[in-house]
Write a new protein. Structure first.
Length: 201
């Protein structure tokens, strides 16, 4: 997948009630979003990947966009409810991992007051490192709001509870932590494709 680095990254958060059928697959996710596809394409919005809760009640999607409002416009046009959409930076390791279609990952959502900065983020990563090794957790990447007020951090771990233990150990409050299924447009991991975007678009 080719990313246009002149464009921006946007995150779309959605909740589902009733919950979507589980387990989530690529084909099922395409059916859930078929109304949205044409509207996104018309606005030059490119889907990068989705993280769908294994319980089917929540999703977080990342898009390459001309501007964040395009995602909101597409959702409104198709009358697809959403929680919020926000402009983001993608902070990834120097050697990003590859994950297959349908991989199970753990999502940690965190709010910040005051807003987080790259300096604080790097200090937090150093604080996390020994605990990550101790708990056998691997940090995948972080999606940070441009205003620094919230983030979505991705981990490879055996359970969501393991990541909750990590955050409690380093005394960082979290909004929610949940297990997700990775859905992406191509089998080759998007995570590898965005490896060069260390500070976002």
């Amino acid at each position: 997948m080719n990313l246009n680095t002149d464009m921006k990254l946007a995150v779309l958060e959605r909740t589902f009630s009733p919950s979507l059928a589980a387990p989530m697959t690529f084909d099922r996710w395409m059916q859930v979003n078929h109304r949205l596809d044409g509207c996104l394409e018309a606005r030059q919005v490119h889907w990068l990947y989705s993280l769908v809760s294994v319980n089917g009640d929540r999703s977080i999607c990342l898009f390459n966009v001309p501007y964040t409002e395009t995602v909101r416009e597409a959702c409104r046009e198709t009358r697809m409810p959403f929680q919020r959409a926000w402009q983001a930076e993608l902070w990834v390791p120097e050697t990003p991992q590859r994950f297959p279609q349908g991989a199970g990952l753990i999502v940690a959502e965190v709010n910040y007051n005051p807003p987080i900065t790259k300096t604080v983020y790097e200090a937090t990563k150093r604080q996390f490192k020994s605990c990550l090794d101790e708990l056998n957790i691997q940090s995948v990447f972080s999606i940070i709001a441009m205003d620094g007020t919230h983030s979505v951090c991705l981990f490879s771990a055996s359970s969501a509870e393991q990541v909750r233990s990590l955050y409690r150990k380093v005394r960082i409050p979290f909004e929610r932590i949940w297990k997700a299924t990775l859905i992406q447009p191509v089998i080759e991991s998007v995570i590898e494709s965005v490896g060069s975007l260390h500070t976002g678009a």
